[in-house]
Design a protein around this ligand. Structure first.
Ligand code: GLN
Length: 256
């Protein structure tokens, strides 16, 4: 029986992590393979947002739990625009995107994804003060509609432009959805398309409401570089966290 089998999984993964770090130094990659620097795009509550300058949310806690369970060290968090996350990853400025990022074929051409950790649809968000209560995408005809740059919500909006429902000139793109919600409250835009858990969160705290759901059946994954072989450890850790109740505790903390 090897020495490894007498270690619990966590110490085993730590040992593997340490070995990988040593290899990296020997290989002169200049990176510390034991440290994972995560990146996110705040302004997407309850997944990631800032309060009193502090970054927090479901993704922050889940990503840190997964990194630590896999035996790695949580490095420095980077908070950037959603649209910058994939370039930041491929350029090596961050090692892991934890940003409610939907696993798409398009993105999977450039980055690797962890196993899925959350399911979501899109939603149409409207102002409580406006006289506009659409019940379907068709009813967005000739309205001003916005979404955040680089998102699957914007893909839905693009589809509405393509099929002629919304005029290209009537679309608005935001760096983040918080700015979009402000525009909605100010009456500068008639509707926003965004992930339903976030739309519901804004509806709880701002003068906006979810008009209806758009069934897209999306799954979120953590993004990594395609050549990062730590992905397997992170997936194993994610599975453990889903099995042992840690995941459910985080859902209860951030969504209920
Ligand atoms: N899930 C959406 C996407 O991946 C939105 C993510 C976000 O805005 N953080 O495009």
């Amino acid at each position: 029986m090897s020495a490894q089998t007498s270690l619990d999984r966590r110490s085993y993964l730590k040992a593997v992590g340490a070995a990988a770090a040593t290899t990296a130094i020997a290989g002169c990659t200049g990176e510390d393979d034991n440290v994972i620097n995560p990146g996110t795009a705040s302004g997407f509550p309850p997944f990631e947002f800032t309060e009193d300058g502090e970054l927090m949310g479901f993704d922050i806690d889940l990503a840190e739990a997964v990194i630590e369970r896999a035996g790695y060290e949580v490095g420095e968090w980077t908070d950037t625009e959603f649209d910058s996350l994939i370039p930041s990853l491929t350029e090596g400025n961050i090692d892991m995107a934890a940003a409610a990022m939907t696993i798409t074929d398009d993105r999977a051409e450039t980055i690797a994804f962890s196993d899925p950790y959350y399911e979501a649809d899109q939603a149409v968000l409207i102002s409580d003060d406006a006289d506009f209560e659409p019940e379907s995408l068709e009813e967005l005809a000739d309205r001003i509609v916005g979404a955040q740059s680089g998102t699957t919500g914007l893909d839905e909006l693009d589809a509405l432009v393509e099929d002629g429902t919304v005029d290209e000139d009537d679309t608005r793109q935001y760096e983040n959805y918080t700015l979009g919600v402000q525009d909605l409250e100010n009456g500068n835009v008639d509707a926003l398309i965004l992930d339903i858990p976030v739309a519901e969160n804004f509806a709880d705290s701002r003068a906006v409401s979810v008009a209806f759901r758009v069934e897209t059946g999306e799954e979120y994954g953590f993004g990594l570089r395609q050549d990062d072989d730590r992905l397997e450890d992170l997936n194993a850790a994610l599975e453990e966290i889903q099995d042992d109740g840690t995941y459910d505790d985080l859902v209860a903390e951030w969504f209920e």
